[in-house]
Write a protein that binds this ligand. Structure first.
Ligand code: ADP
Ligand code: MG
Length: 215
């Protein structure tokens, strides 16, 4: 199964709805271990995306993802705007320009984005950041793509791996961003950015699952 550019826009819209609807939960977590602005920031970024999506006519998936990341980055600002913007921007050069999205392309694009996020933010696994859910999700995507799994199975595995990563963040002490000042008081709570990354992966998986049911 593949998505056209138009269907990929629908997928991004679906993902944006999920993030926006989880704003209270993200705010609650970030107010306990951060400065409480993560839910609002994500809501601002993904609302801008949702509002502007109908007007863009990208010529490739690469262009669509880059535009998505730039839109989120511009609207959100701050450190996490750069991080969640990069998630969509840096896959731009991972593959040749394509007018469809499948599991292999998504895996290659997100591998490149993960790499860029890690270079930029210098977070590694266990630092209690979104990398803790994004990295296992991307690994699952690549592994499933390598096995020629279906888009549905591959994205479901990625969402599951992301949530497992979120569970692990509860055990860690924050080492990056504003949450690090909370030291071991952050133990027991998940990292808000890791939760957001898992919601994004889950949004992709749910959208693909629904599409396959229709086809
Ligand atoms: P801020 O920390 O600027 O208040 P947010 O509250 O919106 O930004 O986002 C916080 C989230 O950003 C954290 O939960 C974490 O997942 C992510 N984050 C912070 N610093 C980094 C980093 N260096 N690398 C990757 N992710 C990071
Ligand atoms: Mg914050």
């Amino acid at each position: 199964m593949r998505l056209t550019i138009e269907e990929t826009k629908e997928m991004l819209n679906f993902m944006a709805d999920k993030i926006i609807s989880q704003e209270p939960m993200l705010t609650e977590i970030d107010s306990k271990i951060g400065d409480g602005d993560h839910g609002i920031g994500m809501k601002i970024g993904f609302t801008a995306l949702k509002e502007q999506l109908p007007d863009v006519e990208p010529k490739s998936i690469n262009d669509l993802f880059k535009w998505t990341g730039m839109t989120i980055l511009d609207a959100m600002g701050g450190a996490s705007g750069v991080i969640f913007g990069t998630l969509f921007i840096s896959g731009y050069t991972a593959v040749e320009k394509v007018d469809y999205l499948d599991l292999g392309i998504l895996a290659e694009m997100l591998e490149k984005s993960l790499e860029a996020i890690k270079i930029r933010g210098k977070a590694k696994l266990g630092d209690k950041t979104m990398v803790d859910s994004l990295e296992p999700a991307v690994r699952a995507l690549s592994e499933m793509a390598g096995k020629k799994s279906s888009f549905r199975d591959g994205t479901a595995a990625a969402a599951k791996a992301a949530w497992q990563g979120v569970e692990l963040t509860k055990k860690y002490e924050a080492k990056k961003g504003r949450a690090q000042s909370y030291g071991n008081r952050s133990v027991g709570l998940p990292d808000p950015g890791a939760v957001s990354a898992a919601i994004i992966m889950e949004g992709i998986a749910e959208f693909i699952e629904k599409r396959e049911e229709v086809l």
